[in-house]
Ligand binder design. Structure first.
Ligand code: GLU
Length: 900
């Protein structure tokens, strides 16, 4: 017996020792540390040896073939490609020849259906189908597709087709996000009134898009987003949770009861600098694990022996295609759920969780599997809302408050009764909800919104709802954590934040040097730099252009020296003359300086026109001089009082703030009696001056429409929402939520807001306040002119160099010297940048023998007559003998010019 057991143990031991450790290769970008780490960790977990190849992001893909051949030589059983794009095509072509299984984890932009690889990233078909079904379920009739420049649109191409469908029900707008700053595009989208967005971008851009969308106020309760990237909910979304924005995203991983995920995460964290939670692991990281798992799973079922392959010999691995086909057909389970591939290795049938961001965190609302969307959240559809709901024909008591514009007492000469006594935004909103849900209502006034007292009891509306004295509370009732302990709130119907209401200060005339403010600082700096640089270029180009070297004495045919007008002083004078629009006497002669001068004139024309056009506004617009522009500045100063409503979420913000400055401000407001009992008193005080009133931005918007001398100072101190209050666990919540969402999606709430803010009860009195603040002209506005100048200078420079080379060549032939010698001579002279006189070069002696025989005095006379007619004789040569007489003629001519 003992012998038998020992024998079995020895056999097991031997098998463990003899089991070969296979090697797998991984190709990564150099900086993809997380993926390399996931690869090494997973390989360790599944007992593989690894070979890692790194490639730069600059696209030097040729070295990739070298890496694949090295892997083949080492006898790998599979290659994992984390690079994607064109590189995948290259790797795949080689793996195809070598018959090494290739698993890629990147979105396949070059989706060709004859590839012999496995792509673990869900196929574009899956995303396209999911997105179209989701948009149809959401009932969007129009949406904007935001995509990042350079990112493949293969996942969303079906959405573009939605607008061309025969029934033409969808309006699809496409906007490209490029560069680092997307705010211009996002602001444009906001101004165009777009509210539904589908965002397709690499996971690396998600954070930036979210942040910038929030900065341009595109994250309020009226906006809805669908993010295509399955990494949305790997980010920390806490800052967007309470803004009311509707955000939908996808997730591939199952977080519940997923032991392998926890094991992988702890092994991954053991090697990582930061500890990550399973939900924070990026999809690519999970897919690396899944790729290794797939290989390991296949190798336990298919018996293979490794083989060292040589790319040069076009060898192939005998087991490669069997292994690949096995992986394509086996329906293994990974971190990203079960793998189903079509015959081309594309992961079409994929399971995806559809999540939505709610104030309570992420919530799964649907699942995508077997090519269909199964909604898991009971969403009351628009068509169902009007039908038999449990609210139909019931009568509810609704608490309202007398706070403009949410609730007013109706003014009438008749005696009004019941609900007719009231009007306002919330009264109309309840009316619309009752139309949708079929209930009746009865209003009751209650001006105290309510909160919890230290003894645990509740006040105002909250207490009435808790005690069943009322069913709903609707006014500017802010959703707060404290109130949420006592009652439930509906989905938000309006988003806001605390800001400051203050009297507009008197205007001050522009400053003494406001004419300088037309251009931004950088434009001025570039102008000065460009002028200096152009001065140098003009001198250089002038010196190397043959035609610029002129005979100073036109009547002397063979002068001793030639003259050049492009001295430093002249060049600068020409440049400044054109900036000042005055011109100068200096006129370039050669082609190159003429081109450069022309583009400079064009540049100055554009700059001067832009300057003059904008200057008037800068000299006339008077500016507000604000005593403070932020809360911090308000806190620092001693002369202005500030306050908020005595009870409510605004004063509570200061009271419970962890910021000591805000706490101190609260103490000061209370101790000095600066708090007020309602918003109207606060507005009156602000209007009298020297009083800053902290108010909710929605109420500030309303006040500004009616009190034209009041303005909002600074941004929002926080971000919150109004909701309809109701009893905890209210059975009506889901109906109210759905009806509110429907009203939001139809734009009804926005319409009501326009009416009650800008039209009724004195709205629209102040009109649109013109933003008189003049915008400086920055480099962004003037860049075109600088580019034209730069290109023109380059062309001029090129032509002048060609001109110089031609002159050098001619001289080298004429004087029997080498081209190089003449070129060095010419450059040495040109680059001296000094001396505008150039001695004329003489011919070697042998060549001048014949000329020596001539009567030189006579020849000079004849030639000088000729040269008087021609102005562009520039290079002459002459003999020793004529030198004396020519010089004396030049001197005589110069003297004569001086005297006349
Ligand atoms: N909306 C606030 C609340 O619900 C009242 C107004 C305010 O505090 O500014 O308490």
């Amino acid at each position: 017996m003992i012998v038998k057991v020992l024998f079995i143990l020895v056999m097991i031991g031997t098998c463990v020792v003899c089991k070969p450790r296979f090697t797998i290769g991984g190709i990564f970008y150099e900086d993809a540390e997380d993926l390399k780490q996931a690869f090494n960790v997973s390989a360790k977990m599944f007992k593989f040896n690894t070979l890692v190849a790194e490639v730069p992001r600059t696209g030097e893909f040729l070295q990739i073939s070298g890496h694949v051949c090295e892997f083949a030589k080492a006898g790998v059983v599979g290659i994992i490609d984390a690079v994607g794009g064109l590189a995948t095509e290259l790797i795949q072509a080689l793996c195809d020849t070598l018959e090494i299984p290739l698993i890629t984890i990147q979105q396949n932009d070059f989706y060709l259906k004859d590839w012999t690889l496995i792509n673990l990233y869900p196929s574009p078909d899956a995303f396209n189908n999911l997105l179209t079904q989701l948009i149809t379920t959401k009932g969007w009739k129009n949406f904007t597709l935001l995509y990042v420049k350079g990112h493949s649109m293969s996942n969303v191409h079906k959405l573009l087709e939605m607008s061309t469908q025969s029934d033409n029900m969808f309006t699809v707008t496409v906007r490209e996000l490029s560069g680092d700053d997307y705010r211009d595009v996002l602001t444009e989208a906001k101004d165009s009134g777009y509210v539904n967005f589908v965002v397709d971008c690499p996971s690396a851009n998600l954070e930036q898009i979210l942040c910038q969308a929030q900065q341009v106020s595109l994250m309020s309760d009226e906006h809805s987003y669908i993010f295509v990237s399955p990494d949305l909910f790997t980010l920390d979304m806490s800052r967007y949770r309470y803004g009311g924005v509707n955000m939908t995203g996808f997730r591939l991983v199952e977080l519940q009861d997923n032991n392998p995920l926890w094991e992988f995460t702890s092994s991954y964290n053991a090697e990582a600098p930061n500890i990550l939670q399973p939900e924070n692991l990026k999809t690519e990281v999970l897919l690396i694990y899944d790729a290794v798992l797939m290989l390991s799973d296949a190798l336990t079922k298919v018996n293979v022996t490794t083989q060292e392959l040589d790319c040069e010999k076009y060898g192939s691995w005998a087991y490669g295609s069997t292994l690949l086909n096995f992986m394509k057909t086996s329906k293994a389970e990974g971190l990203t759920k079960s793998f189903h591939f079509d015959g081309f290795g594309q992961r079409n049938n994929v399971m995806i969780d559809v999540l939505e961001l709610t104030p309570a965190g992420n919530q799964s609302i649907a699942t995508w599997s077997d090519n269909s969307l199964n909604m898991s959240r009971p969403k009351v559809l628009a068509t169902e809302i009007g039908e038999e709901t449990i609210m139909k024909n019931k009568t509810f008591k609704v608490l309202i408050s007398k706070t403009a514009p949410y609730g007013y007492i109706r003014e009438s000469i008749f005696k009004l009764e019941g609900n007719d006594r009231y009007e306002g935004f919330t009264i109309d909103l309840i009316d619309k909800l009752s139309d949708l849900l079929g209930f009746n209502y009865e209003f009751e006034l209650e001006d105290v919104y309510g909160n919890q007292l230290p003894n645990g009891t509740w006040t105002g509306m909250i207490s009435k709802i808790r005690d069943d004295k009322a069913d709903f509370a609707i006014c500017d009732l802010t959703i707060t954590t404290e109130r949420q302990k006592g009652i439930d709130f509906s989905t938000p119907f309006m988003s806001l934040g605390i800001s400051i209401l203050y009297k507009e200060p008197s205007k001050q005339p522009p400053e003494m040097f406001s004419f300088m403010a037309v251009f931004s600082k950088e434009v001025w700096y570039y102008m000065v730099f460009v002028q200096l640089a152009l001065g140098v270029i003009m001198i250089f180009v002038g010196r190397i252009s043959n035609k610029e070297w002129q005979n100073p004495v036109p009547c002397v045919e063979q002068p001793e020296e030639l003259n050049n007008q492009f001295s430093f002083a002249n060049s600068v004078w020409l440049i400044i003359g054109s900036v000042m629009q005055q011109g100068s006497e200096i006129a370039p002669i050669a082609l190159a300086p003429r081109i450069i001068t022309s583009v400079w004139w064009f540049f100055t024309m554009v700059m001067v026109a832009s300057y003059v056009g904008t200057l008037v506004a800068f000299l006339t617009v008077e500016k507000d001089v604000m005593p403070f522009t932020t809360v911090d500045e308000l806190y620092e100063q001693k002369h202005i009082a500030y306050g908020a409503k005595t009870t409510g979420s605004t004063i509570d913000f200061f009271k419970y703030s962890t910021n000591p400055k805000y706490k101190e401000m609260h103490n000061k407001m209370v101790s000095k009696g600066w708090v007020v009992t309602d918003n109207d008193i606060g507005v009156d005080k602000a209007e009298k001056g020297n009083y800053a009133f902290f108010m909710e931005s929605t109420s500030i918007e309303y006040t500004k429409e009616r009190h034209c001398d009041l303005i909002q100072v600074g941004g929002l101190l926080d971000s919150k929402n109004y909701g309809i209050g109701m009893k905890k666990q209210s059975p009506y919540k889901r109906y109210i939520d759905s009806a509110l969402l429907l009203l939001k999606e139809r734009g009804e709430i926005q319409k009501l807001k326009e009416i009650w803010w800008k039209e009724k009860r004195g709205g629209g009195k102040c009109g649109e306040k013109r933003d008189e603040e003049q915008k400086k002209l920055g480099m962004r506005n003037m860049l075109g002119a600088f580019v034209v100048l730069g290109v023109g200078c380059l062309i001029g420079l090129l032509i002048s160099i060609l001109d110089m080379l031609w002159g050098v060549f001619k001289r080298s032939v004429k004087y029997g010297t080498t081209f190089k010698f003449e070129l060095i001579e010419e450059l040495k002279f040109a680059l001296k940048f000094s001396g505008d006189i150039k001695p004329v070069k003489r011919q070697p002696k042998e060549l001048s023998v014949i000329e020596n025989d001539l009567d030189l005095e006579k020849k000079d006379e004849i030639m000088s007559l000729r040269s008087a007619r021609s102005t562009d004789t520039h290079r002459t040569h002459r003999s020793h003998g004529s030198r004396h007489s020519s010089r004396s003629l030049s001197v005589a001519f110069a003297r004569r010019r001086q005297y006349t």
